[in-house]
Design a binder for this molecule. Structure first.
Ligand SMILES: [Zn+2]
Length: 251
């Protein structure tokens, strides 16, 4: 059965009212879900960083250990060379061994320097872990609070939202597909989510541009679907009696 234009407009207006109520619910819930997601991303990022620092510390500690072993080896060699020096047969042998001892002493200096540098870098990484952990814990606290807030708001509005979605979906089935598509398209483009509006005090209820009196009369007649020539929103009706267009209005 084909609906009259007035019935179609009425159905659209009801749909708009339900969608607006849903928009309002979602607005009350606000940016919380996004905030929660951002915090979760931050936390994951900090945890990755801490993991990286820990891996770097492990590598540095391995380097320190290698240097410790190298130092011990060099010390052993020096002890061995000093024993050999006791039994040399001539100065040439003595000098050759002295040179070896000197080389090993230099090696010890080098590995000690390397170990100190690595130790210094370990302390730097530990400091970074400390700072990052503090930031991480702060975010975790924030997340806990935001989640609680979100849970509370969500559970409060969940039932209401379910019911509204049910009603909205039912209402949508009463509207022909082509019209419903236009409605969705207009709504998608409108910042305030309004696709169907009233003419209020001579102006479009969506964009507030002036609607000429003759057009207002046509809207009230409901012989055809009329959209705002400025914003494309569908006019459902005119509130009160059509008024002459106020001058100097419209944005
Ligand atoms: Zn408009």
């Amino acid at each position: 059965m084909e609906l009259t234009i007035a019935q179609k407009l009425d159905a659209l207006l009801k749909l708009q009212s339900l969608d607006s109520q849903l928009d309002e619910l979602i607005k009350i819930r606000g940016g919380l879900p996004e905030e929660v997601r951002d915090l979760e991303d931050d936390i994951a990022g900090f945890e990755t960083r801490i993991g990286k620092f820990q891996a770097e510390i492990k590598t540095l500690e391995e380097e320190i250990e290698r240097n410790r072993v190298a130092k011990k080896d060099a010390e052993k060699l020096i002890t061995k060379y000093k024993d050999q020096q006791m039994n040399v047969r001539n100065n040439r042998e003595f000098d050759a061994i002295s040179k070896e001892i000197e080389l090993q002493s230099l090696e010890i200096e080098l590995v000690e320097k390397r170990a100190n540098e690595a130790q210094f870098r370990v302390r730097g990484k530990e400091e970074e872990i400390k700072t990052t952990t503090a930031a991480l814990n702060e975010r975790k606290e924030d997340l806990k609070a935001k989640k609680q807030e979100l849970d509370q708001i969500t559970s409060e509005s969940q039932e209401e939202e379910k019911e509204l979605i049910k009603q909205r979906d039912e209402q949508a089935t009463t509207i022909e597909a082509r019209l419903l598509n236009s409605y969705k398209k207009i709504r998608g483009n409108a910042l305030n989510g309004l696709a169907v509006v009233m003419v209020k005090r001579g102006a479009c209820g969506g964009c507030f541009n002036v609607v000429p009196p003759q057009r207002q009369a046509d809207i009230k007649d409901k012989k055809k679907i009329i959209v705002c020539e400025h914003c494309g929103r569908i006019f459902a009706d005119v509130e009160g009696v059509p008024e002459p267009a106020p001058t100097g209005r419209g944005r």
